[in-house]
Design a protein. Structure first.
Length: 371
């Protein structure tokens, strides 16, 4: 492990925790890949061991000889992070979230994934929207460079926050290497443990307003009524999956799926459906494609950038259109095979190594800006 005084680039690994599942996954995989693609650079990683983290083995990062963990007890929501983080002797500080030390002597990079509070106003209160706008704007203005995961998010930052286009770098995310088609016996064992039927339509994510689960359920109801010969069940999986999201049709809720079981859950799905109204990137459809699941998703915001022509795209506000897409996929084995083949090919275009290489280029540009 490298000494703390040697670290030139410091990443805020405090977001590798259960409270930030998506951001934590991004941060962990980025750090792991950076250490591999830039072996001659030294990296420091802030880490608060008191924070709950059941998904990502922080200690495993220490196997990289060019990476040092810097322990701190300062939380991600503390004013103390503005003054007391152990980030001396660094050229670049990278925060994966808009809550960050805003006034640093070192150059800084911030990753802004989305503007959900501004783009989907009903997702949060008016006061929360005002606070988010102020802090996200401050994060972008005080950073040397801004990373976003999609061109859709870049457009949002330009139009909603006034961030200069030349300051923003678009760098895609990726599915972990473990997301791959699983053998039939692994899928069968997973179905038995979770009590799932042989045929299921899968949604994985939260039940926040922008995820649009009411439309998903309405579409599934329409599909069931119009195509009663199909024997399948809707499965809604996610950390806060709630029975409150369902109304008239039976739904299986999985609110505590182990990370290790996600590849089998995706692989066993007859079709994966993601009807979100807004996404900064949308990892679940990419993970599903990497596992060979046929995908139906909305044509909103960044999602077409992620799935390309490898999924059926629908208007997220049109339950009838989504129901028709479901009926097409469920009734047509040849279409499912076509979508599986396209999905696997599309998913291979994304990798954490590519994400890390492009992020490394942003660091170098921030250290030695042009002009």
């Amino acid at each position: 492990m490298m000494g703390q005084a040697q670290a030139q680039i410091i990443l805020d690994g405090r977001y590798i925790q259960d409270h930030f599942p998506g951001i934590g996954r991004y941060t962990y995989n980025l750090i792991d890949a950076l250490a591999r693609v830039a072996p001659d650079e030294t990296f420091g990683v802030l880490h608060n061991p008191a924070l709950a983290n059941t998904r990502h083995p922080i200690a495993a990062l220490a196997r990289h000889p060019n990476l040092a963990l810097r322990e701190t007890d300062i939380s991600t929501f503390s004013l103390a992070e503005q003054f007391q983080l152990p980030i001396s002797n660094c050229q670049i500080f990278h925060s994966p979230y808009y809550l960050k030390p805003y006034f640093l002597r070192a150059r800084s990079v911030v990753t802004l994934f989305d503007l959900i509070p501004l783009m989907v106003p009903r997702a949060v209160s008016a006061s929360a929207r005002l606070l988010f706008r102020a802090l996200a704007t401050l994060a972008a203005r005080t950073a040397t460079r801004v990373i976003v995961p999609s061109f859709a998010t870049r457009a949002d930052l330009i139009t909603r926050l006034g961030v200069p286009r030349e300051k923003i770098s678009v760098i895609s995310l990726a599915a972990d290497a473990r997301f791959a088609p699983q053998p039939a016996h692994v899928v069968a064992e997973m179905r038995t443990r979770y009590g799932l039927p042989d045929e299921y339509v899968l949604y994985l994510g939260s039940n926040k307003p922008h995820k649009n689960l009411a439309t998903l359920i309405a579409a599934c109801e329409k599909c069931k009524i119009q195509n009663s010969k199909f024997d399948w069940q809707l499965v809604i999986a996610g950390a806060n999956a709630s029975r409150d999201a369902a109304t008239r049709m039976p739904v299986t809720f999985l609110h505590d799926v182990a990370d290790a079981d996600l590849p089998a859950l995706y692989s066993g799905a007859r079709v994966f459906v993601f009807p979100s109204l807004y996404e900064g990137f949308g990892l679940p459809p990419l993970e599903a494609m990497a596992c060979g699941a046929p995908v139906i998703c909305s044509h909103a915001s960044s999602l077409p950038e992620v799935v390309g022509d490898a999924a059926l795209l629908c208007d997220p506000r049109d339950a009838g259109q989504l129901a028709d897409a479901l009926a097409r996929v469920l009734s047509d084995p040849a279409l499912r095979d076509t979508l599986r083949g396209k999905a696997l090919a599309r998913a291979k275009q994304f990798s954490w190594e590519r994400t890390a290489r492009e992020t490394w280029r942003v660091y170098r540009a921030a250290i030695t800006p042009q002009g």
